[in-house]
Design a protein around this ligand. Structure first.
Ligand code: ATP
Ligand code: LTN
Length: 338
């Protein structure tokens, strides 16, 4: 039998900056669930990243524990996955500082997420927003993962993490495993239902379907989804010329597991109205059990606390080991007492 030590390691995180949405689920969490048996998995609430944009403290606290309940409701079993809160494991901040010193100004300046967020929050372009990728590299490298399952938009940060790890290893000898991003074939980039040329995001509630939305709201959002103004009016996958319909096909394919070809055949000769209603129904049925289970778990505060307490213990043990090695390599004097 394969021992836990021999399993490959997976790690990922999501910022509790808003409610979990369909893009987060299809681009990230759904794949985490599928991989739980084959890998040693670590998933966390990236609350330290979240404060790079101003938050209401009470809301951040609520969303962090609710996000954990939603992870579990999506199928992440706490017995099989280490689920924790980033700020509980202080090694993230400590390694984050060190990796800041091995990350170049030019590299940070090229990050698309920094450019997007600094345009969106022009009155608060703080240092944390800029150095965010060094903290993300620390989040990852502390756990020596093989893969980082994320949506398409995080590929650039994962590549920078690899560059930082390689740079450090070249200077000090093998210290970090160099991880690879793990990006799904369908669902890696779900677009907004109100503007299919921009990605579905928490900051655009109209075009965003939240995991906790009521079924009638999910159905309504799909009925109102922007389709394309071409004269053809048929369900065909063509992201360039038919971004609205192609996005809905991608969503339908991801939730039903049917191929895009099969989806095209299924709706042959049907109008957009029928198609949009069918996608809405399929998403409602996918989200229904998740929403119901999340509701129950959110109410069970003692259980949620137990899960993040256990997660903290396990994650801290692993993180401490890597950080100790890094402190030694960079030349810090060993602390006499732990
Ligand atoms: P924000 O709206 O603040 O930019 P977000 O909705 O992009 O946030 P994140 O916390 O940044 O959410 O992302 C969490 C995970 O979900 C990441 O792995 C990211 O790649 C994935 N993800 C986010 N949006 C989408 C999307 N529209 N399609 C597919 N995956 C997505
Ligand atoms: N940057 C990510 C969230 C995130 C993350 C990570 C993802 C923070 N640390 C480590 C994977 C691994 C985002 O904004 N979606």
């Amino acid at each position: 039998m394969e021992s836990a030590e021999a399993k490959k390691v997976m790690l990922s995180g999501i910022q509790p900056s808003g409610e979990l949405h369909l893009g987060n689920y299809l681009g990230a969490v759904k794949n985490w669930v599928a991989l739980a048996d084959a890998f040693d998995c670590y998933y966390f609430m990236a609350d330290m990243h979240t404060i790079t944009v101003r938050q209401e403290p009470k809301e951040l606290r609520r969303r962090t524990t609710e996000q954990l309940a939603e992870y579990i409701a999506c199928g992440l079993d706490p017995e099989k996955n280490t689920l924790f809160i980033q700020s509980h494991v202080h090694e993230h901040a400590e390694l984050g500082w060190i990796l800041n010193c091995y990350t170049m100004f030019g590299e940070l300046s090229r990050m698309t997420q920094f450019k997007d967020k600094s345009a969106k929050h022009a009155n608060n372009i703080n240092g944390g927003l800029f150095t965010y990728p060094a903290l993300m590299a620390a989040d990852i490298l502390l756990y020596q993962p093989d893969y980082v399952p994320v949506g398409e938009d995080q590929k650039q940060h994962c590549e920078l993490t690899r560059d930082i790890a390689i740079r450090f290893n070249n200077l000090y000898g093998e210290t970090f495993k160099v991880p690879e991003p793990y990006i799904p074939k369908t669902g890696a980039r779900i677009m907004s239902l109100s503007d299919p040329t921009s990605k579905m995001s928490k900051s655009d509630p109209a075009g965003c379907v939240f995991i906790m939305d009521r079924p009638e709201d999910v159905a309504r959002k799909f009925k109102r989804a922007v389709t394309d103004s071409d004269t053809e009016r048929c369900v065909r996958f063509d992201p360039e010329n038919k971004p609205g319909v192609s996005n809905l096909m991608n969503i339908y394919s991801a939730v039903t597991g049917r191929s895009l070809d099969r989806v095209e055949k299924e709706f042959e000769g049907q109008g957009y109205g029928v198609f949009k209603a069918a996608v809405g129904d399929a998403v409602v049925e996918t989200l229904r059990p998740i929403r119901e289970q999340a509701g129950r778990l959110i109410a069970d505060k003692a259980y949620i606390k137990q899960v993040y307490t256990d997660g903290d213990l396990k994650a801290s043990r692993v993180a401490r080991r890597t950080l100790r090695k890094v402190y030694r390599k960079v030349g810090f004097v060993e602390k006499p007492f732990e």
